[in-house]
Ligand binder design. Sequence first.
Ligand code: APR
Length: 230
Amino acid sequence: MKEKVLIFSGSGVSAESGLRTFRDMGGLWNEYAVEEVASPEGWTKNPELVLSFYNERRRAVLSAKPNEAHSAIARLEDFFDVVVVTQNIDDLHERAGSSIVIHLHGEILRARSSLDPNLTYQLDAPTLEIGDICEKGSQLRPDVVWFGEEVRFMREAEKHFANAEKIITVGTSLTVHPAAGLLKKAKFSSEKYIVSVDAMHPPYGHRFLRGSATTVVPHIVNCWIEGRKP
Ligand code: APR
């Protein structure tokens, strides 16, 4: 029986693939007002602005490549029973080869009916425009979770945190709930690391390893594969 490993990722794991984070220097929320581009109210007020915000990010995702952190995480699957729980809406974990990726905040490469949330579609075009409609005739929106909307798969994510023996939390400021609260669901006995370029106080028994995702994550992964502690 392979040991259970859980990877919990935020935008920092995709930063070295050239995708912008939110709260760092140059982050998206330094340039855009969250309520205007990532909330139901913003969508109602100015859907064109919201669509162009996500079109720009989708183009960036489509031209980005998975980095060494994504690849190391995918490599873990040869040795461990791995689940990735991500706050990210890009598909870099999947493109690196991770087979179980739970997107708490949705997926930018999917669209959804603005009337019926159960109607979702894989996007085959890089942009979503006004007039792109679902099969019931309503405007399509990005299939992402906006502020004020319900985060997805939380119960499933909590279960994975609770039964993981090893956990890496990488590239998240842990400022957005309920996602950030998942860390306290981890077993006391599990081996837990938190990786970030910015110093942070490691919560709930996690060991903080400061550095970039592409340096520190492969280091942890190689140690685990060799049966060593990082
Ligand atoms: N390697 C490791 N960590 C990094 C790197 C890197 N190359 N670059 C940035 N980081 C770290 C930053 O230090 C920061 O702690 O990644 C974190 C990014 O934090 P945020 O920008 O807040 O992104 P995230 O935590 O993913 O945001 C959570 O907020 O706006 C919502 O829905 C959005 O999913 C997002 C959620």
